[in-house]
Every structure is written in C-alpha cells, then in structure tokens.
Design a protein around this ligand. Structure first.
Ligand code: BO1
Ligand code: ZN
Length: 273
C-alpha cells in the first residue's frame, strides 16, 4: 500500500489522493459525511444502544499508542480482554469494542470528521467495534455490517473534564509515531462519554473507515449529545503528539480528520426519542 497522510503533514499524500492509495476511498459509501438534520429519516427501530462492560474498569491495563495518524487506546489484545460490547439500536449483532481514538483540529480550527448541519466540531472520538461473528478485522471488512463505530463530537467548555486526565497524562509518552505506553490506570469507558441517559438521540448510516483502505464495512452511529473538554485539554493533543517518528523532522499531529464525503445514494436515519 502507498503512503497516505493528512494535508497538515503533507498535501501531496492528503485525503484528495487517497483514492490513488486504495480504490475504496473513491467509493459510493464513504465516511465521514455531513449529517444534514433536515434530510434525515426518523426510524422507530433505532432504540437505545445496550452498552455492556462500559461501566467497569477492566482488570488489565489499556495501551495508549501513536500510530502516526492518531492516538488510540487498545481495549483488547494480548494482555487485556476488555469484554466491552454494544448491541440493540438496530445493530444486526453484538459488536465487541476493539479500540478508541481521536481526530482533532488545531487551536485555531475545528477537527471533527462528521459535521452536523454543516458545522464542524473541535474533536471527535471513535470507538471501533467488531461484529462478534468475526474473529478479525480483516474478515469483517468484507461485510458492510462487519464493524460498528460510535462517534462522539466534542464541545469546548470552561472547565476541564477530569475524566480525560489519565489519557492526557499519557500523551507525553506517545509523542512520536510508534510509541506506546500502558496507561497509569484503567477507568470506566462510560466516564469518557456524555451521560448514558443522553445517548438515545443519534444518527445512523452505512459508511466506511475514514482512513485508507477506506473499507465500506461500517455501521456508523454519531451521537447528538457532545463531550465537553477545556481548550487547554484539547491543546495538549496538538502540543504533545507528532505525526512523525524519532528519525524524521518533527511535524505536530493536528487536523487529522478526513473532510465530509458525498452522501451519494444513502439515507441517514435519526433514532427514535
Ligand atoms: S475510523 O474509526 O473510521 N476513523 C477507523 C479508521 C481506520 C481503522 C479503524 C477505524 N483501522 C483499522 C485497521 C485494522 C485494525 C482496526 C482496529 O483498525 O485497519 O488493522 O485492526 O484497531
Ligand atoms: Zn476515527
């Protein structure tokens, strides 16, 4: 596979070129999209998501890593069996949580991937889940229902969000591409999210991974309620994390979002509430 990047690292391998890296990226069901609330279809089958295991800190440590495109936390792997999963809400099966990661902007500009009525948000959290009928992501990416990603948009508040302190403290240890570190403590995943009672309103559509190879294998759920974080906390991502590895000229990781893709022949559904 060829090299891909975001424009903030190098425009010559930015999102406009991804379709040359993988043909999928020019497909008919790409993500992210603009979520146009005036054109959504209310769907009475879209009830509350059932979150299992999100309310307990797992016994093992979570690993924070810089993959050169984002910082992510692995929720399962050799040392940790997180056993967090989601079901209900029109999902065709149970989906096991694999990892979560962030897309962010810069101190001057927003960085979410999904937009709502044309508005971009400062940051977006993705929790990536695997359809429980598959043992690997490689198998799942051949199925339009292979993965379920939950997207949460951020808004800036005056107060710090203390639930993000463990992750923020770990950023200095994943400053460079390829770095990884066990987080100092585990925590309840639901503490990173808006309160559970506020998650009944969401948008649902069929899409793709938002980075190459852009596989069209994702049931997307983007929540209406937002996560609040302070400006100073958001800036810690931009100030600390780099796209680049130790051997390269440092480039700070910022604006690591793909812009909205054409909706084409798709419908976006709004949950019942
Ligand atoms: S996203 O949530 O659409 N931004 C997204 C984008 C790329 C991936 C996941 C989510 N990549 C895949 C890798 C797999 C890996 C899997 C889970 O993430 O291509 O190799 O197993 O970590
Ligand atoms: Zn993502």
């Amino acid at each position: 596979a060829g090299k891909w990047c975001y424009d903030s690292q190098d425009v010559s391998c930015g999102p406009a070129h991804w379709k040359d890296v993988n043909h999928n990226c020019g497909g008919e069901n790409q993500s992210p999209i603009n979520l146009d609330r005036t054109r959504m279809h209310r769907n009475q089958n879209l009830g509350n998501i059932i979150f299992q295991g999100y309310d307990r800190a797992p016994p093992g440590m979570w690993r924070l890593m810089n993959n050169g495109h984002s910082v992510l936390v692995r929720l399962e792997g050799e040392t940790v069996i997180g056993n967090m999963n989601i079901s209900g809400a029109g999902l065709p099966n149970t989906f096991q949580a694999l990892q979560f990661h962030f897309h962010w902007g810069s101190p001057m500009s927003d960085g979410s991937e999904h937009t709502v009525d044309g508005k971009q948000y400062p940051m977006e959290l993705h929790i990536v889940h695997l359809n429980a009928k598959y043992r690997s992501v490689a198998e799942a990416t051949k199925d339009p229902n292979g993965l379920a990603v939950l997207g949460f948009l951020f808004t800036i508040a005056e107060a710090d969000n203390p639930n993000y302190n463990t992750i923020l403290a770990g950023l200095k240890n994943v400053s460079l591409k390829g770095n990884s570190v066990d987080l100092a403590s585990t925590f309840r995943l639901d503490n990173l999210l808006p309160s559970m009672e506020k998650l009944s309103r969401y948008y649902r559509y069929q899409g793709s991974l938002t980075t190459p190879d852009c596989e069209e294998a994702v049931i997307w759920t983007v929540f209406e309620d937002t996560i609040s974080i302070s400006h100073a906390q958001l800036n810690e991502f931009v100030d600390t994390v780099h796209f680049t590895a130790i051997s390269e000229t440092p480039v700070k990781m910022k604006n690591n979002f793909r812009p909205p893709q054409p909706l084409k022949n798709r419908k976006v559904y709004a949950s019942k509430y």
